[in-house]
Design a protein. Structure first.
Length: 260
């Protein structure tokens, strides 16, 4: 089946993108957005410059991400988009193509949805906990939460994640601006309070029909933040930020010196 319309959920880790993707996916006719370009799926293909294998993989995901009405969805963090564009230019014959020409060639009639969090510190803390526990999302249908590996509070790691989020947010904003894109922006904190309304507005933005009734919109992922997240936020705010910044820079400089 040919793709009639595509959309990319543009995101950064722990921004609520999995929640948004699952809500759209659960409708059954708004594509099947997933992280098809996650490094654990494509790193080997890209590192080995395996052009043929990557083309075959892209053809495969174009089918997986498609619903019967011709709507294709994919979720991409900034690094996924960056690496995808670099690889296609280098290995798939797109050297002289713009970003949008490349994207629309693979994902026809592309729409862009950008989801981000207002509270970047909470996003960084959530990322650090997920990295330590290796639990990135939890289905509501699961009766009990997975057994957590007890995470250790690491303010330097949180600081570095927070700075990385800022860099990736800036990269997305430059990408949207340079390509003069009409982007539907979702603020995670607002989305959690109005999932049905926001989802319907997104579907209107993409001109997908029919519009669902609010009771058709199903949430299948449960909230993962807990008292631990709140405690870490309080602990982190006790640390002078200039101290974390200087210590992070010192460690980076030392690492560069040792790697010479």
């Amino acid at each position: 089946m040919a793709i009639d319309k595509s959309y990319i959920i543009c995101s950064i880790g722990r921004s609520g993108s999995s929640l948004l993707a699952s809500v759209l996916r659960n409708l059954g006719y708004c594509g099947n957005p997933r992280e098809y370009f996650h490094p654990n799926k494509v790193t080997n293909l890209m590192e080995n410059n395996d052009s043929s294998a990557l083309r075959n993989y892209i053809e495969e995901i174009l089918k997986k991400g498609l619903t019967n009405n011709g709507i294709f969805g994919v979720k991409m963090h900034w690094e996924h988009m960056r690496d995808f564009l670099r690889f296609t230019r280098k290995n798939l014959g797109y050297e002289n193509k713009t970003d949008l020409e490349i994207i629309n060639d693979f994902f026809p009639n592309t729409h862009f949805i950008y989801i981000r969090r207002e509270n970047i510190l909470k996003q960084a803390i959530s990322t650090e906990i997920a990295q330590q526990t290796q639990i990135w999302h939890q289905e509501i249908s699961q009766n009990q939460k997975k057994q957590l590996k007890k995470p250790n509070f690491n303010p330097l790691a949180i600081y570095r994640i927070q700075e990385g989020i800022k860099r990736h947010e800036g990269a997305w904003q430059r990408f949207f601006r340079q390509n003069d894109l009409d982007v539907y922006e979702v603020i995670y904190e607002n989305f959690c309070q109005s999932i049905e309304t926001t989802t319907i507005d997104i579907i209107k933005f993409m001109k997908i029909e029919p519009l669902p009734e609010p009771n058709q919109i199903q949430v299948s992922l449960q909230k993962q933040s807990s008292n631990l997240n709140e405690r870490w936020e309080k602990y982190y705010n006790l640390f002078p930020k200039i101290l974390l910044k200087n210590y992070s820079q010192l460690r980076s400089q030392l690492k560069q010196y040792l790697n010479r």
